[in-house]
Design a protein around this ligand. Structure first.
Ligand code: PA5
Length: 468
């Protein structure tokens, strides 16, 4: 059997399909190639110089060994809970939704590992409901606290809450049995706690930012524990690594993808909609939104000049959002580039039921495969968008499996790096996120941030003139 592939299809952005006003001509493609090819070389050099460490994640045999050993130790637990947020949670959710069945948590027959929960927030109602349920199952539950910095308020709050409950129910000794940390190898509060309390732990590799870390221990442990083949995931990423390193623009899917996105941004299409026609891939649209937004939304370019750039990434779900967003997408402003995620062969399929005799007009659906309906809806939506001169890309999965998902992740990470170079910004920092994080600490009474707390007051004080 041939190895399944992820293919990047861009015919429906060409001027042949869309015309010159909204499509990309051969000459424009050649100009994009000229601009992008040196950047592929630069990215390859940056990688060699150790500046893009995420690129080496497909080859971390040691980490895989450690992750598998730890996964083996804990796989008999009934529940596996990821405590984390942002880059320390989104990938875990996306991998689980992509590679395990929809009813995984509810149906024992459909799962090969423990139930998985990824909290990814500090919502009190959500947390209380979860605690009510998990409270008498703590001894059968493993909590994986993931934080690269080891100081993120949301993750720390989740962690402290869980520690309190474990201590109360299982005693201090319980902490060591039920908690695994994934954090920086050397620094940070979580590392200190890990060493002092003797938690089992894994490391977030140095130089790999949260949103680029899904293929590190951050994403691999929960994935392995839930019975997914992480070696295949990394093998897929390694294959894509070869493709996205190609110096020839037209042979490099990440380069073409990044260049098309950059080109349209400069032509006023500043919104990038990712629309998976697959339930399994829906959470990868969330993962992509973070990757794209935090990496490319920047005030300054590499020379320090103010540029305020960044495409806005939007998630839409096929076919669901045909009944919600597509009206706007076709008749609203032509300011968007669409990327469909499509699946050729769904692993499991359903035959649509028979129409009743009294409704023969529904007969056309009877006995057809549901996969055919979903894929027809994708083609139909794309066709409708093209009729309205809206550019469309497709990332086509032969099928969804760890290998193709690994390819997809790596394709988008490399696309982000190349897009960062095209925009001339640093794709790996997120300076704008820090102020909000510090302000939270100030508002929560952290004494180090007293001055900031004072500055925030005018925003928070109640002013009845502006309340209706
Ligand atoms: O991509 C990023 O760097 C962020 O989204 C982080 O992942 C997020 O803020 C969580 O940070 P940490 O892992 O340090 O707790």
């Amino acid at each position: 059997m041939e190895t399944p592939q992820v293919k990047f299809c861009y015919k429906n952005v060409t001027a042949e399909i869309l015309g010159k006003e909204h499509g990309i001509t051969k000459q424009q493609f050649d100009e994009l190639a000229k601009k992008t090819e040196p950047l592929i070389g630069r990215l390859n050099d940056e990688r060699k110089a150790g500046k893009t460490r995420y690129r080496d994640l497909p080859y971390q045999a040691d980490t895989v060994k450690k992750v598998k050993k730890l996964a083996d130790e804990v796989k008999e637990c009934e529940n596996f809970v990821v405590l984390g947020i942002g880059g320390s949670a989104l990938g875990n959710t996306a991998l689980q939704t992509a590679l395990n069945p929809y009813m995984y948590n509810l149906d024992e027959k459909q799962r090969k590992g423990p139930r998985l929960f990824v909290l990814d927030n500090v919502d009190p109602q959500q947390m209380k409901s979860f605690l009510d349920w998990i409270g008498d199952k703590l001894d059968k539950t493993i909590f994986n606290v993931i934080s690269k910095s080891g100081r993120t308020a949301e993750t720390v709050a989740q962690f402290l809450t869980i520690c309190g409950i474990i201590e109360q129910k299982l005693g201090k000794g319980g902490l060591k049995n039920q908690i695994i940390t994934t954090t920086d190898a050397q620094k940070g509060t979580l590392r200190e706690i890990t060493e002092k309390l003797g938690f089992r732990n894994l490391c977030v590799p140095d130089g790999v930012g949260g949103r680029f870390s899904v293929l590190s221990a951050v994403g691999l442990l929960s994935t392995a524990v839930c019975g997914i083949d992480i070696e295949q995931l990394l093998a897929g990423a390694a294959e894509m690594d070869k493709k996205v390193s190609r110096k020839d623009f037209y042979q490099n899917p990440a380069a073409v993808n990044a260049a098309i996105n950059w080109h349209y941004y400069n032509r006023g299409k500043k919104i990038s909609v990712m629309m998976p026609y697959s339930f399994a891939l829906k959470d990868f649209a969330d993962w992509y939104r973070q990757l794209w937004a935090e990496s490319l939304g920047k005030a300054k370019d590499l020379a320090g000049k103010e540029v305020f750039v960044g495409p806005t990434a939007i998630k839409a779900i096929g076919a669901t959002d045909q009944h919600s967003q597509v009206q706007l997408y076709r008749e609203g402003p032509n300011d968007k580039l669409f990327t469909f995620l499509a699946v050729q062969d769904f692993e499991r399929d359903v035959e649509i039921g028979k129409a009743p005799d009294i409704a023969p007009e529904l007969d056309y659906l009877s006995g057809q495969k549901m996969s055919r309906l979903l894929n027809s809806e994708k083609i139909a939506t794309e066709y409708a968008l093209l009729e309205s001169k809206r550019p469309c890309l497709t990332v086509a999965f032969d099928r969804i499996c760890p290998y193709t998902v690994g390819q997809f992740i790596y394709l988008y990470e490399a696309t982000t790096s190349i897009a960062g170079l095209l925009f001339g910004i640093d794709a790996y920092n997120q300076p704008a996120v820090e102020l909000g994080k510090d302000a939270t600490l100030a508002l929560m009474g952290n004494s180090k941030y007293k001055e900031l707390a004072e500055k925030i007051k005018p925003v928070t004080e109640i002013d009845n003139r502006f309340i209706i």
